[in-house]
Ligand binder design. Structure first.
Ligand code: GLP
Length: 255
């Protein structure tokens, strides 16, 4: 596992965007795994900018989003499909048929099966972008997840509901379930890029300060993957006790 310590959050977002852009430039038919949440939102403007200013081509890129709330329609600004359209897809030249996000409406079991089938057909993912929840969740794989889990309907933990309430009018509006790629799907990606800033110190500490892999903190499953790069900002590195790692490097070029 490589760790890149960025000066601050915008620097971390830019480094992550550069890693994604490098992947797309090297392989214009890349299959990307994408994420949502505040961290991911910070990354996409740099990708849009590179598309506009450097003509980075997405016409053959395929994407799979990690997860989607169940019960929110595409018209709801908090649904992940709506967010992804606003942040990224409406601004780059991707083909709509190459965008895969589990449907948040209709029969959940059918959405799960459809998404699972698409992932099997077009995977594996070349580069999977990840954020991490404060409690260590990945996608919506909550504490006590299974290592080999596939796409499934997940009941959200109280912690996640409380945390994500900041994006809704109030806590009651946060959906109680979501469809998510499983940890098994995520670990099948060829490369993983995890980005974290702010208050994720507990999760990041568990990732770097011991070799424990524990289902209570799903992010620790990433220790089992051979090609993971973690980009964090300096403030988080200090909070997580990673003073020694604080030297910015250029490992992103390897991606
Ligand atoms: C949501 C998403 C996760 C994301 C997490 C952290 O729960 N399902 O994929 O990692 O939020 O988001 P943020 O970057 O806003 O802290």
């Amino acid at each position: 596992m490589r760790v890149v310590v960025a000066q601050d959050a915008p620097d971390a977002y830019k480094l992550a965007a550069d890693a994604i852009l490098t992947q797309v430039t090297k392989n214009p038919s890349s299959c990307l795994g994408l994420a949502t949440g505040g961290t991911a939102e910070g990354i996409y403007p740099y990708i849009v900018q590179a598309h506009r200013e450097k003509s980075v081509d997405f016409s053959n890129v395929r994407t799979f989003n990690l997860d989607e709330y169940h019960g929110l329609s595409q018209g709801n600004p908090q649904s992940y499909i709506n967010s992804m359209n606003r942040w990224l897809f409406d601004h780059i030249n991707m083909k709509r048929e190459n965008i895969h996000i589990a449907s948040g409406v209709g029969n959940a079991e059918e959405s799960v099966e459809k998404f699972k089938k698409e992932l099997k057909e077009f995977g594996p993912i070349d580069l999977q972008l990840l954020g991490v929840g404060k409690n260590g969740h990945i996608g919506f794989n909550e504490p006590n997840s299974f290592l080999n889990a596939e796409v499934h309907l997940q009941t959200l933990s109280n912690d996640t509901i409380k945390n994500n309430a900041r994006f809704f009018k109030n806590e009651q509006e946060v959906p109680r379930t979501a469809i998510t790629m499983g940890m098994g799907d995520i670990l099948k990606a060829r490369k993983i890029l995890l980005v974290a800033t702010e208050n994720k110190q507990n999760a990041i500490r568990m990732l770097f300060t011991n070799d424990h892999v524990c289902p209570e903190i799903p992010v620790t499953f990433l220790k089992l993957h051979p090609d993971v790069t973690v980009i964090i900002d300096k403030a988080l590195a200090i909070k997580a006790g990673l003073q020694n790692e604080i030297e910015k490097n250029i490992l992103c070029e390897e991606l």
